[in-house]
Design a binder for this molecule. Structure first.
Ligand code: ADP
Length: 566
């Protein structure tokens, strides 16, 4: 037998070598595939607990990079279904697409390849995107797509036994342009489908978390900013929520309260009793509660049962509104109505008395001078009534939010001071009224009647609240070059330090024997303050209790333009 290699044998050896090479190549491809598959599996085991928007963005960033690497694709992008607009919208981050391209990539959920994959929930491979009639050509051009593989993003919800209980397509996942001019294969479809399933779970979970977290934050911010106090107590009697207003109103220690039994956390017995009733009797309770600590207030408390969807009771929410101010104003208003009635009746009684006396004096018992004196008293009492009614009208104007109309005219201040003092002199013989104004005191632009009203109120108070008499001194000066300052100083009962600003509030009266005897409505200074401010000025009081008070006001010589232009 010849050892010579025949051409047939060589041919055979060649074929065996080629086959061996092919086997080695297939072996390598298999290894590569296995590596990719194991990587895909690792990714499949990726944690699904992405709970914030930045975390989701980060995870998706990693995903698109890996997917592109595994699938040997140039570009990778997620498109999610926007239920509101009915569109599939590209989501950042994507691989191989710039921000503008991502922004432009949105199609109707029925349009193009994305629409088809989304609707049928089946993967699609397109080898030549430019010639395929299903692709949206505009996007093909903008994104430079040659070949593509698109799989649906299907979110599956499973129960404890891993049975699928809900299946929903939430978007699609694209990879574009297989590298090295190759086409996407069925193996790629299998791989991308595994990755897409995992990605869909991450996205769906994260979206749910983010939505819930945002809603929770929104709710917490709303609760925090509420002026009303809010307490939520679980059915187990433990506090689950206390907003800042409730902590402040009820003196609850914020750091310790959540999770604590409400009886220990809430230091107010009446509030505890209210919650107890609501919890034990399972009904809504409303009550007005006087709280003394940390500060004295009146709270309007209202509870409501918190129930689950199936009507099961989960706890109680209690809402507290601070109605101290409302109650105070109510009290003041009641007092005001009775003082005003009294203040109106006093001059009327006097007027009626003198007129009856004069009418019944048919025999001429009273001489002319006595009659003149009666007429003067009637005249003064009429003035008093007019003033009171004008004050009341002005207050109601202020209260209804209407501006006090100022009739700007040049006003000679010392002139009006003299006139008002003369009027006051007829009410008292116990007081002296020294006046001090520098020569050449400037005329100011003001409303003459309102300026008269300011002075009349301040001077009549000075007289009224210095029952033992003394001096009521009026002094004027020019300050800061462009303002006049007028002070009215009395030697009367004075004002306690803590009431120096309060006296300018409506219905505010200092309650003592002297003021009760003097009578009054508590609106004079409130009105004066508004009148002064309507002129662009300011007013304040200094006082030495038991020795006297000085009311000082400043007015601009020329009113600020924004006031005159109104
Ligand atoms: P009223 O009608 O009570 O006088 P006002 O608003 O004019 O109302 O004054 C409010 C309160 O301020 C008065 O009730 C009084 O207690 C106090 N008050 C006002 N002026 C003086 C003053 N010159 N001296 C002491 N107390 C004063």
């Amino acid at each position: 037998m010849s050892t010579e290699t025949t051409p047939d044998r060589r041919k055979l050896e060649d074929q065996i070598r080629q086959l061996n090479e092919r086997i080695a190549e297939l072996e390598r491809t298999k290894d590569q595939m296995e590596a990719q598959l194991s990587e895909a599996k690792t990714m499949a085991e990726m944690p699904t607990a992405v709970t914030t928007a930045p975390e989701l963005e980060h995870t998706l960033g990693r995903l698109v990079k890996k997917i592109a690497m595994i699938l040997q694709a140039e570009k990778c992008v997620f498109m999610l279904h926007d239920t509101e607009s009915g569109e599939l919208v590209a989501r950042k981050p994507a691989l191989g697409l710039n921000d503008e391209q991502i922004h432009l990539l949105r199609v109707r959920a029925t349009q193009g390849i994305s629409g088809e994959v989304f609707r049928d929930s089946k993967p699609l491979i397109v080898d030549d995107a430019a010639s395929d009639d299903r692709t949206v050509k505009e996007n093909v051009v903008i994104l430079g797509i040659r070949s593509l593989l698109t799989v649906p993003l299907v979110m599956e919800k499973r129960d404890e036994q891993e049975r699928v209980v809900e299946k929903r397509t939430i978007g699609v996942l694209h990879v574009f342009n297989k590298r090295f001019g190759a086409s996407f294969s069925e193996e790629d479809v299998r791989l991308l489908s595994i990755l897409a399933r995992q990605a869909a779970a991450v996205i769906a979970n994260a979206q749910l978390y983010i939505e819930i977290a945002e809603k929770k934050q929104e709710l917490e911010a709303t609760l925090r900013s509420l002026l009303a106090g809010v307490l939520v107590v679980g059915i187990n009697g433990r506090l689950s929520l206390v907003n800042a207003a409730a902590q402040e109103m009820l003196g609850i220690n914020s750091s310790k309260s959540p999770g604590m039994p409400f009886r220990e956390a809430v230091p107010n017995e009446k509030v505890c009793a209210l919650i107890r009733t609501a919890l034990s009797e399972q009904r809504d309770v409303a009550e007005e509660i006087d709280v003394v600590s940390p500060t004295e207030r009146v709270l309007q408390a209202q509870t409501a049962m918190v129930r689950s969807e199936n009507g099961e009771s989960m706890g109680v929410v209690a809402i507290f509104n601070d109605i101290t101010e409302i109650r105070n104003v109510d009290r003041m208003k009641t007092a005001f109505v009775s003082t005003v009635s009294h203040e109106l009746r006093t001059p009327l009684t006097s007027i009626k008395g003198f007129i009856s006396t004069l009418l019944s004096d048919t025999e001429g018992f009273f001489d002319d001078s006595a009659r003149l004196e009666f007429y003067q008293i009637i005249d003064q009492e009429c003035d008093r009534l007019t003033r009171l009614i004008s004050d009341l009208l002005n207050v109601s104007r202020i209260e209804s939010g209407r501006a006090l109309e100022i009739n700007w005219k040049p006003v000679d201040v010392p002139d009006i001071v003299t006139k008002v003092i003369n009027a006051q002199k007829s009410y008292t013989d116990r007081h002296e009224f020294p006046i001090q104004f520098p020569d050449g005191f400037p005329r100011i632009m003001a409303d003459q009647d309102k300026f008269d009203q300011i002075l009349t109120n301040l001077l009549s108070n000075a007289v009224k609240y210095s029952p033992r008499g003394g001096q009521v001194a009026v002094r004027g000066e020019v300050v800061e070059g462009e303002m006049i300052q007028v002070s009215i100083m009395d030697q009367g009962i004075g004002i306690p330090a803590d009431k120096l600003t309060k006296v300018f509030e409506r219905f505010e009266r200092i309650d003592n024997r002297d003021t009760r005897e003097a009578g009054g409505t508590g609106i004079g200074l409130y009105l004066v303050k508004h009148l002064v401010e309507a002129h662009g000025g300011s007013i304040w009081v200094e006082s030495d209790l038991g020795k006297g008070s000085t009311f000082i006001f400043k007015l601009p010589i020329q009113p600020p333009r924004e006031l005159t232009e109104q």
